[in-house]
Design a protein around this ligand. Structure first.
Ligand code: PSV
Ligand code: MN
Length: 426
């Protein structure tokens, strides 16, 4: 199903007056404080976040999985779902595919569908954390790090195949996340596992087209519980540096041990020109994959403060690949993704309000109180009217969640796809 302009006009009608009042009030206040509201609106409109193909169905845990009905069961249907999100929010203009869950059957048809919905193909993800049907080798004891050359070769070839698939669709990046590690002390030789991984990544890197990036994702634990080969940003950065200038570190917010200072990690990677991509989600305990901003919105804001600073001051760092990486166990995935997109835009908008010159001056004066006041002045501003305006300017919904519900989209999806469809993914 496609959302028509008339649908959105109808959904926006009752909200328009209140939106105008709220926007005018905020815009006047911000302008009086020296902000360029037009510029902020343009930045918000430009900030597009990729939707992971595997987040459009119900996520499960090892204890069970509860369907939402009407889930997309083909790649085309997944792209249609991203199209719905993009029509409503105007900020979800890309999809990130995971191979082999999303191998296209008809490349031209898939490309045409995506382009008709204004959707681009973001980074493609390889999967060497699951064994594939009829595969010669098993990844039970690792993939790129495995002690067996045959296993490593199979995993390298898979990554090259993923690049090839992404290339045909117009993707420009490969994201490698390895589950490799060990569950028990003594199971692995750390140095051998790291060296094998490095050599394997270098082989993959050789197959990377000139205008591509390789994004190396890290994660401290799970599915391995004693050690993970690429456990943190240091390991990822070392590997990226070994591979070459097209290789970067990818930060997934859920891939840190509790209380890690993620904003500092992000900041230093940008200084070194090595931050390549971002997976947004939120967590309380570990890699919980919860809705962005649902648990630690202030931490998200502080991360965006560093990202905005980096985007302004670190030309050595390339444009980032922004993506949500979440799982939806109890909410409708599309509603959850709308909430995440909104939280990302909100944190970004607030970070854009930080008076960077005043902050620099206060830092130079060691005026600690002033520094905190400057950050919190921005954080406490209710920026939602700016988000609404940015969406409205591009033909989106003032309230995407409300429009999604009023248009009864989940029931439309159930009517066309049936109840018991299951999306590929985790
Ligand atoms: C691993 O937890 C991860 O964050 C990686 O990005 C994977 O590609 C994705 O989730 C799906 O498993
Ligand atoms: Mn991730």
């Amino acid at each position: 199903m496609k959302i028509e302009a008339q649908h959105l006009e109808d959904a926006n009608k009752n909200l328009l007056d209140a939106h105008k009042d709220n926007f005018d009030y905020l815009a006047t206040k911000l302008t009086n404080n020296g902000h360029n509201v037009e510029k902020i609106l343009n930045k918000l409109a430009e900030f597009q976040v990729a939707i992971p193909s595997w987040a459009l169905g119900a996520g499960g845990t090892r204890f069970g999985r509860f369907s939402f009905y009407g889930e997309p069961s083909t790649l085309e249907q997944k792209i249609e779902d991203v199209g719905l999100l993009h029509s409503l929010t105007q900020t979800a203009g890309a999809v990130s595919l995971h191979i082999p869950w999303d191998v296209p059957e008809d490349y031209n048809a898939v490309k045409e569908l995506a382009s008709s919905l204004d959707i681009k193909f973001d980074a493609v993800n390889s999967n060497t954390f699951q064994d594939q049907k009829d595969a010669a080798e098993t990844y039970k004891y690792g993939s790129l790090s495995n002690t067996s050359q045959a296993v490593r070769e199979q995993a390298i070839q898979h990554n090259l195949d993923v690049i090839n698939i992404g290339n045909k669709l117009g993707s420009k990046a490969l994201t490698v996340w390895l589950a490799d590690g060990s569950c028990f002390p003594g199971q692995n030789n750390f140095q051998t596992a790291f060296q094998n991984t490095q050599d394997s990544l270098k082989d993959i890197y050789k197959g990377l087209p000139d205008d591509w990036k390789m994004l190396v994702e890290y994660k401290p634990y799970e599915p391995n519980f004693y050690s993970t080969v690429i456990q943190d940003w240091g390991a990822s950065l070392m590997l990226a540096n070994e591979c070459g200038e097209k290789a970067y570190t990818l930060v997934d917010l859920g891939h840190h041990l509790p209380n890690s200072n993620i904003e500092q990690i992000v900041s230093i990677l940008q200084l070194k020109g090595k931050l390549g991509g971002f997976h947004f989600n939120d967590s309380k305990y570990g890699d919980d994959d919860l809705t962005v901003g649902s648990i630690k919105p202030y931490a998200l804001f502080l991360i965006f403060n560093e990202l905005v600073y980096g985007m302004e001051n670190n030309p050595q760092n390339p444009d980032l690949a922004w993506m949500i990486d979440a799982s939806h166990n109890v909410k409708d995935p599309l509603e959850d993704l709308i909430q995440s997109l909104e939280a990302i835009q909100e944190a970004y908008a607030k970070a854009l309000l930080i008076d960077q010159d005043a902050l620099k001056a206060a830092q130079l004066n060691n005026d600690v109180v002033k520094c905190q006041e400057i950050l919190q002045e921005a954080y406490r501003t209710d920026v939602r009217p700016l988000l609404e305006k940015a969406r409205l300017n591009r033909g989106g919904a003032i309230s995407p969640i409300k429009a999604y519900r009023e248009l009864d989209l989940r029931n439309h999806l159930i009517d066309t796809r049936g109840k018991h469809t299951i999306a590929t993914g985790l």
